[in-house]
Design a protein around this ligand. Structure first.
Ligand code: FPP
Length: 250
């Protein structure tokens, strides 16, 4: 994180910022293509954008940020891009650890991290371990993550407990299910932002985003900065969340 300080614009109410913001960081490849660069150059700039966005969200007082860094589907990309991304993630985590400690950030991950190359997995585990006792914002990185995969894994775990007699079938409800997801202990995202103009969930937080507000921004991810964040927060604060109740009841 750089040392420049940010201020929350006056028209954003710090009392009603979302607790949890989830981000689909899309458009690195198109940004690179537009500039005649390799895709990995787009991902590198994507890391810089992620740092700007995390800093803005932290300034706003957001408590949890989930970044969709690598999906289960991303394994199908060319091997060179996959290994480039894995190295970039490893180097970014190693480089940012100091900043995480200074800011008090906590690193968490969701996804099948055993699938990652050992160098990336080790860096992830190290930063998770080092930041475990911090008390600041949680940065939750989705790595080899798919929402449907997570739901299937959770179902298997609950079935296993039911079969072993550790859990009564009658006691399985939406709450127990949530508690067995990888995001256990985190509130569901209030706000989900996707960059690059695409309007899809792409297998991200399928269960958790049932009642999230969605903001779609046309900017490619590497161009994202605090102004895109402020606009998303303004948009969020202008909405009425009803969670399925009628407009009279809200
Ligand atoms: C999508 O762009 C982005 C990704 C596959 C994720 C990679 C994200 C980063 C490297 C950002 C930094 C993350 C962290 C945790 C610091 P794309 O390749 O799908 O773009 P395209 O749709 O334009 O091809």
């Amino acid at each position: 994180m750089n040392a420049l300080s940010l201020e929350l614009p006056h028209d954003i109410n710090p009392k009603t910022v979302p607790q949890h913001v989830a981000l689909i960081m899309d458009g690195n490849g198109r940004w690179a293509k537009q500039k005649g660069k390799m895709r990995i150059a787009g991902h590198k700039e994507g890391v810089e954008a992620a740092k700007r966005v995390v800093k803005a969200l932290s300034t706003a007082g957001v408590k949890y940020v989930t970044l969709y860094a690598f999906s289960t589907e991303n394994w199908k990309r060319p091997a060179l891009e996959v290994s480039g991304l894995m190295d970039l993630l490893m180097l970014t985590l190693k480089r940012e650890l100091k900043g995480f400690m200074k800011e008090g950030f906590i690193l968490r991950t969701i996804g099948d991290i055993e699938q990652l190359p050992s160098s990336t997995r080790d860096a992830v585990k190290e930063v998770v371990y080092q930041t475990n006792e911090n008390t600041g914002m949680v940065i939750n990185v989705a790595l080899s993550y798919g929402g449907r995969w997570e739901i299937v894994e959770t179902t298997k775990e609950l079935v296993r407990k039911a079969v072993n007699g550790e859990m009564d079938l009658q006691h399985i409800d939406e709450n127990t299910f949530s508690q067995h997801l990888q995001t256990s202990g985190m509130p569901d995202p209030d706000l989900l932002i996707r960059s690059s103009g695409e309007k899809r969930l792409s297998n991200f937080l399928v269960w958790q985003s049932a009642y999230s507000e969605y903001v779609f921004d046309n900017a490619f991810w590497p161009d994202f900065n605090e102004h895109n964040v402020w606009n998303a927060l303004r948009d969020f604060q202008g909405r009425k969340r009803r969670f399925g109740t009628s407009s009279d009841a809200s």
